[in-house]
Design a protein around this ligand. Structure first.
Ligand code: ADP
Ligand code: MG
Length: 705
């Protein structure tokens, strides 16, 4: 084995996981902690002291001198405030980390967005240990820090972070599934949601990045004429990975493996300089934390290779943007409920779950859309390389046929000529891989899981996953309720697999599918006709962030989250406020940045080119040379017109930036002024000499070879 191949043996070495727990904790404490981690059992508070002691020893053995409660505030990034283990006792330094230090923290966190939940005079916020996501070590050049994943809330208990609602939504789904599975005669078990988050990203040379204030400040290029070669040849996708990038990837994976993150797949993506990293799926809350660390690691390691990792959804106009495909499924007692299974009983559970997801997505497409809304993703959703802003489900032709027959019940004949009933032997065995690949759907069934493709590359997975869990919890709960009613009515005995039970179930699923099948769309989501067809079906299509976020202000949505204990009305309202404000601020930063670049960099460059051309023309005329003067005059007109347009465009953008106090109106003004300024600048890029052009060009930045 070489040093490199030994890396796999370092998997998880910076995580306080199984092995560390067994080594650093007593048998009894280890067992209690494992029960919380694996089965979601409430944590026994009496073990906190010993766990803290063990974790500190483990961390110090790895060079850690400090610890931090690591959390996910509403900014969408991660937060950490470090404290050292050092304490002075009678003037003597000792290293300490108590149970209390582990369990709660009280960061002075008054500057995090709270959407009105917390005013500065009552600024106390608490971080509370999340034992289901193991502590880990974060290393830097000359030391290390112990990171304790925590939930962050106000002193009232209201959530101020992205983790708490996710945990609550998992609990809601667990409750609903227990109710449903009991009716299927299954013993009580633990619900496990799983997530595999495929992460797309761009890499750009740091030297270019530094010269682009737009990339530095906003993460995307606000100007840039297309490169002659972009992604037309489709030669980048799955192509040979450039050596520099491969070395970077190796380094990233080595770091991730140490953190116990099972990085698995890597490849070139569609756009030049675009790549993907996919880990093997894990338990949802852990996978969501891990994705935050994946993004951190990509950014940190890139630096070492003279690169910058761009996680923005649309760093470059005209080539593909980046998403984060959230592969989600749900298991009960370790068995994946989205796996069609091999026997009629498993098939019945599968079809019930499939129907529940269809129902949930149709009923709450607006919430799913809202969960992926953001200034960056607006450039991606609905653009022609990404799933449209209409939320629909793709199930593939074979499953569509199964659903069709299920919906039409006894009347319809299956291919074999028998009527279809769930869970009886007339049900055709559902083919194992019943899905065709369809990359144009925002929400696709892919064999044994759903792939939510609308989330943007920079998003924290917990937002979209919280919504998905909650809406599925509701649908499962409703179906279970109907089944129970059938039982009370004496028409069926749900605890047995009697034909009456299956008849009742079949009727319930039929009614649901009839009401919600409009959300199933197996065609090409990129087709121009689809949005019109979607509108005919009555599916919502929120084209931008403010309109998408409106879903969070609806009474019925607040009631849904409250009913399932995921968010109170106040918590939801605060989120709406935070997201709207974040959007307006981001647009404003982009607008100001575009204005500054145009007036401080582009205008002077065009002016210089203009001046040089004026001089050349005067000179040509003075030496009485006729040829060349036509070209010079023409280019003078182009440059002069460009200068005028540039000045006017900057003025218009400036006005928009001063504009309406209404965030929604001014954002729209700013964006449209930026767009017209961009058109002017991008056409001038073709008229000014390359040496003089102040910004690195797309053709330079997009090719890393
Ligand atoms: P593709 O790019 O073809 O969609 P990838 O292999 O890149 O597929 O990613 C698929 C992701 O789905 C991986 O992260 C994989 O671990 C994950 N996945 C597989 N099964 C499940 C499951 N049951 N639940 C959640 N995620 C899953
Ligand atoms: Mg993939």
């Amino acid at each position: 084995m070489t040093e490199e191949t030994k890396n796999a043996t370092h998997f998880g070495e910076d995580v306080f996981g199984d092995k560390a727990i067994r080594t650093y904790l007593s048998k009894e404490t280890a067992k209690k902690l494992q029960a919380t981690i694996q089965e979601g059992k409430p944590l026994d508070p009496s073990i906190a002291g010993e766990v803290a002691h063990g974790i500190r020893h483990w961390a110090m053995d790895r060079g850690a001198t400090h610890y931090t409660h690591w959390f996910l505030p509403m900014t969408g990034s991660t937060a950490e405030k470090h404290d050292s283990f050092l304490e002075l006792k009678d003037g003597e330094p000792i290293m300490l980390f108590s149970g209390k230090n582990l369990i709660v923290g009280e960061p002075d966190a008054s500057s995090f967005p709270s959407g009105g939940i917390r005013s500065t005079f009552e600024a106390r916020g608490y971080t509370a240990w999340d034992p289901t996501s193991p502590a880990f070590i974060k290393r830097h050049a000359n030391g290390a820090t112990l990171c304790i994943p925590t939930a962050f809330c106000a002193y009232t208990g209201e959530s101020l972070d992205k983790k708490t609602p996710l945990l609550r939504s998992m609990q809601a789904l667990d409750k609903s599934l227990k109710r449903l599975m009991k009716l299927f005669g299954r013993g009580e078990a633990h619900t496990g949601c799983t997530l595999g988050a495929e992460q797309e990203y761009f890499l750009v040379d740091k030297e270019y990045w530094r010269k682009r204030p737009d990339l530095v400040l906003t993460g995307r290029t606000l100007f840039g004429a297309p490169s002659a070669k972009g992604q037309q040849l489709e030669d980048h996708y799955f192509g040979t990975i450039p050596d520099r990038v491969l070395s970077f990837m190796n380094d990233v994976e080595r770091e991730l493996w140490k953190l116990g993150i099972p990085a698995k797949t890597r490849h070139n993506e569609v756009a030049p300089a675009q790549f993907e990293l996919a880990p093997q799926f894990e338990e949802l809350n852990l996978a969501s934390d891990h994705n935050m660390l994946v993004m951190d690691t990509l950014r940190n390691v890139a630096d070492k290779y003279g690169l910058k990792c761009l996680l923005h959804e649309k760093p470059y106009a005209g080539v593909n943007g980046s998403g984060k495909h959230n592969n989600w499924s749900v298991a009960y007692g370790g068995k994946n409920l989205l796996d069609p299974g091999t026997n009629p009983d498993e098939n019945a559970v599968f079809l019930t779950m499939l129907t529940a997801v269809v129902e949930a997505v149709d009923k709450h497409a607006d919430l799913l859309r809202a969960s992926v809304a953001g200034a960056g993703n607006d450039h991606r959703l609905g653009a022609n390389e990404a799933p449209p802003a209409v939320i629909s489900i793709y199930v593939g032709d074979q499953l569509a046929e199964v659903l069709d027959r299920l919906e039409n019940g006894g009347g319809a004949k299956s291919k074999s000529g028998t009527a279809m009933k769930i869970g009886v032997d007339t049900l055709p065995v559902i083919p194992k891989d019943a899905t065709d690949r369809n990359r144009t759907s925002p929400f696709a069934f892919t064999g044994n899981k759903f792939e939510f493709r609308a989330p943007g590359s920079s998003v924290c997975c917990s937002g979209p996953m919280t919504v998905l869990n909650t809406i599925v919890a509701e649908a499962v709960d409703r179906i279970a309720g109907e089944l129970e009613k059938a039982k009370v009515a004496g028409k069926a005995k749900p605890d047995e697999h009697t034909p009456a039970f299956h008849n009742a179930l079949q009727k319930i699923l039929q009614a649901s599918l009839k009401a919600h099948k409009r959300v199933v769309f197996n065609g090409n989501g990129y087709e121009a006709e689809w949005p019109a067809e979607a509108a005919r079906r009555g599916l919502p299509n929120a084209p931008d962030t403010p309109s998408a976020l409106a879903a969070l202000a609806k009474k019925e949505n607040a009631a849904l989250f409250a009913r399932y204990g995921v968010m109170t009305e106040r918590e939801l309202r605060s989120r709406h406020e935070i997201f709207l404000e974040e959007y307006a601020k981001k647009v404003r930063i982009e607008g100001a940045c575009a204005r500054d670049i145009a007036s401080e960099m582009i205008f002077p460059a065009v002016k210089a080119e203009y001046l040089e051309t004026v001089k050349a023309l005067a000179k040509a005329q003075s030496v009485d040379v006729a040829c060349g003067t036509t070209a010079l005059r023409e280019s003078l007109v182009e440059l002069g017109t460009g200068l005028d347009a540039l000045k006017a465009g900057i003025g218009k953008l400036d006005k928009a930036l001063d504009g309406s106090p209404s965030a929604a109106v001014s954002s729209e003004d700013i964006l449209s002024s930026m767009q017209s300024l961009r058109t002017t600048v991008d056409s001038l890029e073709k008229r000014v000499s390359t040496e003089r052009w102040p910004l690195p060009k797309y053709r330079d930045m997009l090719f890393l070879y």
